[in-house]
Design a protein around this ligand. Structure first.
Ligand code: ADP
Length: 406
């Protein structure tokens, strides 16, 4: 049962092919710099002995259509499948489902139209993903395709949380409310935590910290998302690689008045030049940690600010949940930075959160615990796998809809 997962970016296409009988990755790849003179496709596929072989192709790719042709060709050439009809289904990552989509959805013309209507809510992400879905529908006719929304897991957030304290009219006319993102990752990680702890998912209260290039904190009560740090857009909340996270909204007007920048210029500043990059010039936490280690003041400030903001959300969500069973770190920084984990939990022992330095210094591709003996909250590192979660939800949706083929 083969499921192909796509994640379309403005100049990239990420894909992964799974055999869902054992959830094994058969092939995976990233095509980057689409539209530039030097594109780069890095493709990995499992060979006969179960190891991964890698192919790098740096031929220029003019647009996403050509990119899809290239990916289809390399998948067939490396025998990931013989024919597109070998695929049981295709799953697509969708950034914003608004209030319309609360669960994985089979894609047809009407669904595409509804997603297109959500463009004002996600102008940077949704249009390119819709264009990608259209290419996939044309390229893989007859294969059921499912949209999996980053916002969907958060549909259980109650109104007193998702409303902003602005005139109600803005909710009705402009759909101004919190939606939350990273739902696929938070959901996957929280379920995996419950399995690891051998507890029913719906019996646990968890704070999940997805700390990657983008970053989200999620408060999960008995299996349901009840609060999250991203808002109407992915700009709010934690400090991110290049996004500012929480900000006094009046700063935007102040900048406009003093600099004369347009909305688009300010939006780009806050999305692409802020966060860790804005504070110290780098957005790779590995580099920042090395710089801080060697006494670089700006890098130290970035680490201090990052850990402080993360800690503030742990405290806030502790208060929201009242009782916390597990605090979970995931994604690039959460899975790999003992320093950020330690600094974010520093001084929280009165909340029952204490990290053991030795356990925290481990590295593993598997789930591991890092709390000290006696910590009443379990603190874990749980690797995320958004693509696998999309593939799982794609299978479930196809089977529930009775459109699956054997
Ligand atoms: P994305 O949101 O793009 O999927 P990732 O989850 O891959 O991002 O996370 C990227 C971040 O993880 C980068 O800031 C990178 O520096 C950080 N990271 C990866 N490995 C380490 C490491 N060993 N130590 C500290 N940070 C790391």
């Amino acid at each position: 049962m083969r499921i192909l997962v796509f994640n379309f970016g403005s100049s990239s296409i990420k894909y992964e092919l799974f055999d869902m009988r054992d959830r094994a990755t058969l092939a995976t790849g990233l095509l980057e710099r689409i539209g530039e003179s030097e594109s780069r496709l890095c493709h990995r596929h499992r060979n006969g002995s179960g190891e991964f072989d890698e192919i790098i192709d740096e031929t220029s790719v003019a647009d996403h259509r050509q990119g899809m042709d290239r990916i289809g060709a390399i998948l067939q050439q490396t025998k990931a499948y013989q024919d597109p009809s070998d695929l049981y289904g295709i799953g697509h990552r969708l950034a914003h489902g608004g209030e319309a989509f609360r669960e994985p959805t089979l894609i047809d013309a009407a669904v595409l139209e509804t997603i297109r209507g959500l463009t004002p809510l996600a102008p940077l992400h949704n249009p390119v993903m819709v264009a990608g879905m259209e290419l996939a529908l044309a390229g893989f006719p007859g294969v059921p395709q499912v949209a999996v929304f980053d916002t969907a897991f958060h549909h259980t957030i109650p109104p007193y949380v998702y409303h902003y304290a602005v005139p109600r009219e803005l909710y009705r006319s402009c759909h101004v409310r919190q939606y939350g993102f990273h739902g696929t990752s938070l959901h996957y990680v929280a379920k995996r935590t419950a399995r690891f702890l051998d507890r029913p998912f719906d019996s646990l209260n968890q704070i999940v910290l997805h700390l990657g290039n983008g970053a989200s904190a999620g408060a999960i009560r008995q299996g349901k998302s009840v609060d999250t740090s991203m808002g109407m857009t992915p700009l709010s909340g934690l400090i991110m690689g290049t996004r500012c996270g929480d900000l006094d909204p009046a700063i935007v007007f102040h900048m406009a008045r003093l600099t004369g920048w347009s909305n688009e210029q300010i939006e780009a500043k806050l999305n692409k030049e802020s966060g860790l990059k804005g504070i110290c010039g780098d957005n790779d936490m590995r580099v920042i940690e090395q710089r801080a280690e060697s006494g670089d003041e700006a890098a130290q400030l970035a680490v201090d600010m990052y850990a402080h903001r993360t800690k503030k959300y742990i405290g806030a969500y502790y208060a929201v949940l009242g009782h916390v069973d597990a605090l979970v770190f995931t994604a690039g920084i959460g899975e790999n930075s003992p320093l950020v984990r330690a600094r974010s939990c520093e001084g929280l022992h009165n909340l029952g959160i204490a990290i053991d330095p030795e356990r925290n210094s481990q590295r593993s591709d598997e789930v591991f615990e890092i709390h000290a003996d006696g910590s009443t909250v379990k603190v874990l590192v749980v690797p995320t796998d958004e693509e696998l979660e999309i593939a799982k939800q794609t299978v479930e949706r196809i089977q529930a809809g009775g459109v699956g083929r054997s």
